[in-house]
Design a protein around this ligand. Structure first.
Ligand code: GDP
Length: 320
């Protein structure tokens, strides 16, 4: 008989992603959960009949919904149909199927981009739906807001203990390093690594360098999710951020230092900046006893190690 029998069974949807991967590892490490996962080949989360059958057969006690179509500013602004439709399909099928199978506890992961473009900083949970969204990622944001509302609706209509957490910009091992579609932190690790390897004298960074962003290592998010599963049960959304932001220029300089690249940074101001600032107020989760442990420099070094050891683009710059 397996050691894990008797422990509560948690289904982590999206375990191959940055957030879900960190969460699945942390749940395993805690020794308190039986962790259930399915690859995309085994279960297409957009396929509601398949997801219903999976839930009916496996009957998890808890669901962590970390599966989503995600991407950086370019991917979001050029594929709004995919970001809206795929995310609505995934979250509708997983949340409805979980409820139909009697799952009474679910953690939905949103994003800091659900907040209005000009929300007061640091952004409190109350800013949700208090202003216009940032247009470069409004399709993704609308899908995530619908997911939040669906969790709140299951709580209101059926008393389901569904909660929603809003992580800030995540990074870490297993990130997406696509040249066009990735987020800024992995994109700059890759570009600066390539410039160093090929002896280029400068690296072209998108935008003006002035937007401010907050970054959180996926393992810090994972610890936050364990805390939330243990002790958070409210219809109010809850932010998960590092509490510190920096400009894109400062981020690029930090990555340059960690990677030991001596060339220059050049700025491509034909590329969009996106929202000017996106720092969250995470005092609600800090009051539950969680705080981030991984500094940005340590985290970048960790992500960079993974990139060099596991990503083909580290040795072959022609990989997309
Ligand atoms: P956002 O937080 O939703 O805006 O998503 P991103 O992580 O894609 O972009 C954050 C900021 O970094 C934006 O101002 C981008 O213009 C800037 N940036 C600079 N260089 C890059 C790059 O190579 N890739 C990406 N994705 N963003 C970059």
């Amino acid at each position: 008989m397996s050691m894990v029998q008797g422990l509560p069974k948690v289904f982590v949807a999206g375990h191959r992603g940055l957030a879900g991967g960190g969460i699945a590892r942390a749940l395993e490490r805690s020794g308190r959960w039986q962790v259930l996962v399915r690859s995309r080949q085994e279960l297409d989360l957009r396929d509601e009949p398949a997801v219903r059958a999976f839930f009916a057969a496996e009957r998890p006690d808890v669901v962590v919904l970390a599966a989503a179509k995600v991407g950086g500013i370019h991917a979001n602004s050029t594929q709004p149909v995919d970001f809206l439709l795929e995310n609505l399909r995934i979250q509708n099928s997983v949340i409805a199927s979980a409820h139909a199978a009697g799952v009474n506890r679910l953690l939905f992961l949103g994003s800091s981009c659900i907040y209005p473009k000009f929300a007061p900083q640091p952004i409190k949970e109350e800013s949700l739906l208090d202003g216009h969204l940032e247009p470069t990622n409004d399709a993704y944001a609308i899908a995530k807001i619908a997911g939040i509302k669906l969790c709140q609706a299951y709580r209101r209509q059926y008393g389901a203990r569904y909660i929603a957490a809003m992580p800030t910009n995540l990074y870490g091992p297993g990130d997406n390093y696509h040249l066009q579609d990735s987020h800024v932190l992995p994109a700059l690790i890759r570009k600066i690594h390539t410039a160093k390897m090929l002896g280029h004298s400068s690296v072209l960074v998108w935008g003006s360098g002035t937007p401010r962003r907050e970054f959180l290592h996926c393992d810090d998010l994972a610890e936050a999710c364990l805390v939330l599963l243990d002790c958070y049960d409210s219809e109010e959304i809850i932010n998960v951020g590092s509490g510190t932001d920096l400009t894109i220029r400062e981020l690029a300089e930090t990555i340059r230092r960690v990677l030991g690249y001596e060339g220059e940074l050049a700025w491509d101001t034909s590329k969009p900046d996106g929202t000017p600032r996106k720092l969250m107020d995470s005092s609600r989760i800090e009051a539950l006893g969680w705080k981030p442990r991984i500094s940005l420099e340590e985290g970048i070094a960790d992500a960079y190690r993974w990139f060099v050891e596991h990503h083909p683009a580290a040795h072959d710059p022609s990989v997309p």
